[in-house]
Design a protein around this ligand. Structure first.
Ligand code: AMP
Ligand code: ZN
Ligand code: FE
Ligand code: FE
Length: 294
């Protein structure tokens, strides 16, 4: 069994990279991808611990992108280890836009009368301060009754203090991942829309720009959805990815490997097939050249 979608405390998960590796080994996982939001810090720290175990660690990332006014999450998998310096530098730029958003958001929260500052919020987070950490701080100070309350009333898209972040276009992020030797996979399509035709349209459209995988298995996808996404991926001849989207105690219902109903079970063949997709994209000329006419 494998899990290709998990977060560490370097983004908004609760477990340190080393503890996540320990849990993956204890859970009997054969492979694990660390897919932190906008950072490779968790993956980088987990590499030595994974090397000492039988677990195969896959380098991944999850990016928030814009597609027709909607925020769409995109996963990137680097099957041969960490990506190019150029890609890492691009990620650093994304982190800058997050910092700017955080400052503006905290400023708005202060204007609303909350006693919150960037230093306090940063002390909760590690390399990536995000809205979930700010929600945690608001909860700890008794300003909200739950994390969801913080999002609904203040931090989320419909909240009073919402600040939009500069997000790269989905097409641009797909191109960047491809150029860095990675595989872009559209994350949790179930969260984008319940309209399958729309998902089909987006995937088909994005395939023209290099999208080559779809996250079929996810904690929030029901059995029927999984079947539908799987047949869509097969029909479009793109790769399949899947994972629990584990965040530790930040999302307590979701278990590593098995998801939130305990029924997620992703075979290692999914990773083997992803490798085949990678070979096809890495060496397209050999694979796609027509047979020689004699
Ligand atoms: P950030 O990357 O700082 O913009 O935070 C994004 C994260 O905040 C997402 O990955 C979710 O975990 C969480 N989040 C965003 N919107 C909501 C919402 N409306 N309700 C609950 N959690 C949310
Ligand atoms: Zn997250
Ligand atoms: Fe996501
Ligand atoms: Fe995620």
């Amino acid at each position: 069994m494998i899990d290709l979608h998990a977060h560490t405390s370097e983004s908004d998960g609760s477990l340190s990279p080393v503890d996540l590796i320990k849990l993956a080994v204890e859970s009997g996982l054969e492979a694990l991808a660390i897919t932190d939001h906008d950072t490779f810090a968790g993956y980088d720290q987990a590499v030595p611990a994974a090397r000492e175990s039988s677990l195969e660690l896959v380098c991944g990332i999850e990016l928030s992108t814009k597609h027709q006014l909607q925020t769409v999450h995109l996963l990137g998998y680097f099957l041969h280890g960490a990506p190019t310096l150029e890609f890492r530098n691009w990620i650093l730029k994304l982190q800058e836009s997050r910092k700017e958003r955080n400052h503006e958001l905290l400023h708005k929260l202060q204007s609303c009368g909350f006693d919150l500052n960037i230093a306090e919020a940063t002390s909760i987070a590690r390399s990536q301060l995000g809205r979930p950490h700010i929600a945690e701080l608001m909860l700890a100070k008794g300003y909200v009754s739950s994390l969801q309350h913080a999002f609904d009333d203040y931090l989320g898209e419909n909240g009073k203090c919402y600040v939009a972040r500069q997000e790269p276009l989905l097409t641009n992020a797909v191109a960047k991942i491809i150029a860095a030797g990675g595989i872009p996979s559209l994350a949790h399509p179930g969260r984008i829309s319940s309209d399958l035709e729309l998902i089909e349209y987006i995937v088909h459209q994005m395939q023209q720009t290099g999208l080559c995988a779809l996250e079929v298995y996810h904690s929030e996808h029901g059995r029927e959805q999984i079947a539908v996404y799987e047949s869509l991926a097969r029909e479009l001849r793109i790769g399949i990815t899947g994972g629990s989207d584990f965040h530790g105690s930040s999302k307590p219902g979701v278990k590593l490997g098995t998801g939130n109903k305990g029924d997620l079970s992703i075979p290692i063949s999914v990773l083997y097939q992803l490798r085949a997709v990678h070979r096809k994209y890495a060496f397209p000329r050999q694979e796609q050249s027509p047979p020689q006419q004699i």
